[in-house]
Design a protein around this ligand. Structure first.
Ligand code: ATP
Ligand code: MG
Length: 160
């Protein structure tokens, strides 16, 4: 079991350094006294770093990333990672989580192996959590017609 805040704090430190280099605004809302979640810390760290890594990688210079932690669903704690990058078209959305699948905008010039989300999905399933992907992003602070953005929400089982 672990506290999401304990895990996110160091991850955010390195993410902020990368964001700064790319002139991306990274904002995180992590409330105090969140409940314990019933997950393996190493696995959750892997999941979050893959998704934050994607947000940093696919969001162009000058973009925004917003990370929000909160308890919004019975027995589950949600972590939302939103960006105002290019978004993920429906034809790609259907394939995310397949090993080595890379989306249209990634194939061109952004390097990667297409494994990050496949691994993340598998780990989340193992911890009996859920992952939701919204593109256009559902964070209205970020969404614009030119940059539809992407929101990932990871739902983690709360320890009783
Ligand atoms: P890597 O194995 O290095 O992570 P990758 O980033 O291409 O490679 P995934 O993390 O699995 O692989 O992501 C799969 C595809 O989903 C990407 O190729 C990209 O097209 C799309 N994608 C993922 N996250 C985002 C995002 N935040 N914005 C836009 N597209 C994204
Ligand atoms: Mg990736």
């Amino acid at each position: 079991d672990c506290y999401v805040a304990d895990l996110l704090t160091p991850l955010l430190m390195s993410a902020k350094a990368i964001a700064q280099e790319k002139n991306i605004k990274l904002k995180a809302d992590i409330p105090q006294d969140l409940p314990l979640v019933k997950v393996n810390m190493k696995a959750l760290q892997e999941v979050l770093s893959n998704i934050i890594d994607n947000a940093l990688k696919y969001t162009p210079t000058g973009g925004k990333i917003y990370i929000q932690v909160g308890q919004e669903k019975v027995n589950f704690q949600g972590i939302a990672i939103s960006d105002n990058g290019p978004g993920i078209p429906p034809e790609d959305l259907a394939h995310l989580g397949e090993r080595h699948y890379r989306g249209v905008q990634a194939q061109t010039k952004i390097p990667g192996t297409g494994l990050g989300l496949a691994i993340a999905k598998q780990l989340i399933e193992q911890m009996q959590g859920e992952i939701e992907i919204f593109s256009p992003a559902i964070n209205s602070k970020l969404t614009s017609p030119n940059a539809p953005g992407t929101t990932f929400i990871i739902w983690l089982p709360i320890s009783q």
